[in-house]
Design a protein. Structure first.
Length: 209
């Protein structure tokens, strides 16, 4: 039903010109103070999707898809997605991952809501998800070009698609990487040679003059 509603919105949007001005609201990404350009293997970070500059009253629908430029460096962004504090009822947000596990799609709708005043009516966290650095490399986290949309409670026939968005760049370094087998063998040989040399020295010192 959510997909059907979105399709209806797209059709209506094609025939009805939006009355909202550009930048009436924005969706931005925040890493909670973590420097994404200094990630090391095994590091985890939570990404918040923030709704800002809401100046059109209440939203009955809000949807967005966050994608990774590459899944080879960070884990699937659909890991542990949760609704944010601006959503009155977390059950009103439907999450799904991308076909190649490179995205997380979130759609908030009041269509089936059973709570009073279920609309989004303030700025804040729309949803969050976790990422883990799994390989060295660089890339970006951003919004799918055609995904951000919203429907205002006072203008349900005029969906809003012109929403400002942002992206985050990241870099994963291999400073915490496990040594390769060849390196481990080299270190082992050095350790054995050093231990053997110490034993020889002790043996010479213990012999009577």
């Amino acid at each position: 039903m959510n997909c059907f509603r979105l399709m209806v919105c797209l059709v209506l949007g094609a025939y009805v010109s939006t009355s909202a001005s550009a930048g009436v609201m924005s969706l931005t990404l925040d890493s909670r103070g973590v420097d994404l350009n200094a990630l090391e293997l095994g590091d985890s970070v939570t990404i918040d999707v923030l709704l800002d500059r809401l100046g059109i009253g209440k939203l009955t629908d809000l949807g967005a898809t966050v994608t990774l430029s590459s899944t080879s460096h960070l884990s699937d962004p659909a890991v542990n997605p949760i609704a944010g504090d601006i959503v009155p009822d977390p059950l009103d947000v439907l999450f799904s991952g991308g076909f190649f596990n490179d995205s997380v799609d979130a759609q908030f709708t009041t269509f089936f809501s059973f709570v009073p005043d279920p609309e989004i009516n303030s700025d804040g966290v729309f949803f969050s998800f976790d990422l883990t650095a799994i390989a060295a490399g660089s890339g970006s986290i951003g919004f799918d070009l055609f995904s951000p949309f919203a429907i205002a409670a006072d203008d349900p026939l005029n969906p809003i698609f012109d929403i400002d968005t942002s992206e985050l760049n990241y870099t994963v370094t291999a400073s915490n990487a496990v040594p390769e087998p060849a390196s481990l063998l080299c270190f082992g040989c050095i350790a054995v040679a050093s231990l053997t040399q110490r034993r020889r020295c002790r043996s010479r010192r213990s012999r009577p003059a």
